[in-house]
Design a protein around this ligand. Structure first.
Ligand SMILES: Nc1ncnc2c1ncn2[C@@H]1O[C@H](COP(=O)(O)OP(=O)(O)OP(=O)(O)O)[C@@H](O)[C@H]1O
Length: 299
């Protein structure tokens, strides 16, 4: 039987009357990059806090490489979570923070940490309290990447980081992942920026898994189709339509469904324009207010 890097079985979590997570079932494989996506309040951080044993679920079970992470130091050394703040004590210096991290993670890569300090131009002597928002993000990213932890989680890691800093993060992440594969979970709102990095996507919506799967497979089901109204309607009959707009005799629809090569050829013969929907736009269609349940999407 396959041992997953992360297994979530029927996890639910409530805060008072708020349901943060409801019956979450997920398996994440070893050595894969996952995107954990969801609107504000969807439950992403709560799920990641449960996976890293920082919060207890009300119900359900988490396993990290087959073991419960709760009060299990050995399992926790396999996980590095980088969050937007609160990573280190205020008086610790950048050097001190890296020393602490290096003693915790078995696969710590000192050279990578030093290279990133130079590339980010982060002053090693500064204490955590004196770092700017972006510098705190830089330190978190250095720790996350240099930890080489078998499960590395980035929960919105780049608050305050400029576009060049984020690009550096993505570039080093993919470069180092190719040489040292591990399970990486990226939770972010900047979907366009990371969509090419993600092998699998998990979309949480209102505490439930709305969609999960291979990102290429998902992108291959998401199309805009545009043409004369009657022809568009003929070809989309029976397909799952995410949005529909009409301009006079023209209709533009966004669909999320399997389309065969034959169907594409038939649409082209009818002069319909077909283009793919970027992941970020698909995310907006799926989570943009309308309640679409998992069962409506995953056949
Ligand atoms: N400690 C807490 N006490 C009370 N409610 C909480 C607590 N933590 C989370 N919640 C609630 O649980 C829900 C999920 O929150 P969570 O932080 O997991 O969402 P998120 O997807 O990470 O959101 P964001 O993208 O805004 O960070 C929200 O309704 C939130 O208000």
């Amino acid at each position: 039987m396959m041992t997953y890097a992360v297994e979530c079985k029927n996890i639910s979590k409530h805060f008072g009357k708020t349901t943060a997570l409801s019956h979450i079932n997920l398996n994440m494989e070893k050595d894969k990059i996952y995107g954990l996506l969801g609107r504000n309040g969807a439950g992403k951080s709560t799920l990641l806090n449960i996976v890293t044993a920082q919060t207890f679920p009300d119900d359900g079970e988490v396993k990290i490489f087959g073991e419960s992470p709760y009060e299990n130091g050995r399992a926790l050394r396999n996980i590095c979570i980088v969050k937007e703040n609160g990573m280190f004590l205020k008086d610790v210096s950048v050097t001190g923070a890296l020393d602490i991290a290096s003693s915790f993670y078995n696969n710590w890569d000192k050279k990578l940490a030093e290279r990133l300090l130079i590339e980010f131009q982060l002053d090693k002597r500064k204490t955590y309290r004196n770092l700017s928002l972006g510098m705190k993000s830089q330190l978190g990213i250095i720790v996350g990447l240099a930890s080489r932890a078998p499960i590395t989680i980035f929960d919105e890691p780049y608050i305050g980081l400029d576009a060049a800093g984020r690009q550096l993060f993505y570039d080093v992440l993919i470069e180092d992942y190719m040489e040292n594969p591990r399970t990486i979970i990226l939770s972010t709102h900047l979907i366009d920026e990371v969509s090419n990095l993600l092998e699998d996507v998990i979309i949480l919506n209102k505490g439930e898994v709305m969609l999960e799967g291979n990102s290429e497979d998902i992108k291959n089901k998401a199309f805009y189709i545009r043409g004369t109204k009657d022809r568009v309607e003929k070809h989309i009959s029976g397909k799952k339509v995410l949005s529909k707009e009409e301009f006079g005799n023209t209709m533009a629809v966004a669909i999320f469904d399997s389309i065969s090569d034959n169907e594409i050829r038939a649409m082209e013969l009818d002069d319909l324009a077909i283009s793919s929907i970027p992941l970020q736009q698909l995310f907006i269609f799926l989570t943009g207010g309308k309640m679409i349940k998992r069962g409506d999407i995953n056949e």
